[in-house]
Design a protein around this ligand. Structure first.
Ligand code: SF4
Length: 230
């Protein structure tokens, strides 16, 4: 997903707003594995194909759709942005905030802002705490904002950090416990732990059967040490 936003400012001005808005929409959808369509860009670009009126002024067009209409069965089925209703419905108040405060242009959320200010703005428009962290991280990776960031403490990162440091996975209901540990491990920029931890949680430290024999954290992992001596 980062591929689309990195370098968008080198594209013609007429495309930049569209790309930034599409990137933000794809992030807000926050697909999980069970959503089957694991690339939210597919859903976003099908959405634009089916509704070309949204392409150039996405947030304003959503906001101009009466809220009841946006929340209707018809709109949910027509736009096919998400398999569940709440992620679809919540786009309307977010569109309202982006239209009112940022002129419908996602770029203005992060333009000339540091990571912390961008995080606060995303959180404030209703993007959600962990999704906001992910968006800030993507913008940092692409060089659009500077400063420290936190990882998006999803189920994988809570699992790997919890097992390796505490000996058991941290419940996703307590994401800040994982974030706090990441801040202690890598205070310069905890966001830099996001990618490696996510990969470990996806490929090696899986929920059912962690493959500790292939894990580079093994010798320092509290979960591995605890279970080895049992
Ligand atoms: S050693 Fe095992 S439990 Fe620990 S982080 Fe690696 S895979 Fe997970």
């Amino acid at each position: 997903m980062w591929g689309a936003i990195c370098g968008y400012d080198k594209r013609p001005e007429t495309e930049q707003k569209h790309i930034a808005n599409a990137f933000l929409l794809a992030c807000l959808l926050d697909y999980r594995r069970r959503d089957k369509i694991d690339d939210p860009w597919n859903a976003v670009y099908k959405f634009f194909e089916n509704g070309p009126e949204f392409r150039d002024d996405l947030w304003r067009k959503i906001y101009e759709t009466p809220e009841e209409e946006w929340r209707s069965d018809f709109a949910f089925r027509r736009h096919k942005l998400h398999r569940e209703r709440p992620p679809h419905n919540r786009l309307w108040p977010i569109a309202e905030a982006i239209t009112y405060w940022f002129d419908g242009d996602a770029r203005l959320i992060w333009k000339d802002k540091d990571a912390f200010s961008t995080l606060a703005r995303l959180h404030w428009i209703g993007a959600g705490e962990q999704i906001s962290r992910m968006i800030v991280g993507a913008l940092k990776d692409c060089g659009y904002v500077k400063g420290k960031g936190d990882p998006k403490a999803d189920v994988r990162i809570c699992r790997v950090i919890g097992r390796s440091i505490l000996g058991e996975a941290i419940p996703t209901s307590r994401p800040f416990s994982a974030i706090r540990i990441c801040r202690e491990i890598h205070p310069d920029d905890p966001w830099e732990l996001d990618g490696p931890l996510w990969l470990l949680g996806e490929k090696t430290c899986t929920s059912i059967a962690p493959d500790c024999d292939r894990c580079y954290l093994r010798e320092r992992c509290a979960y591995f040490q605890k279970n080895r001596t049992m």
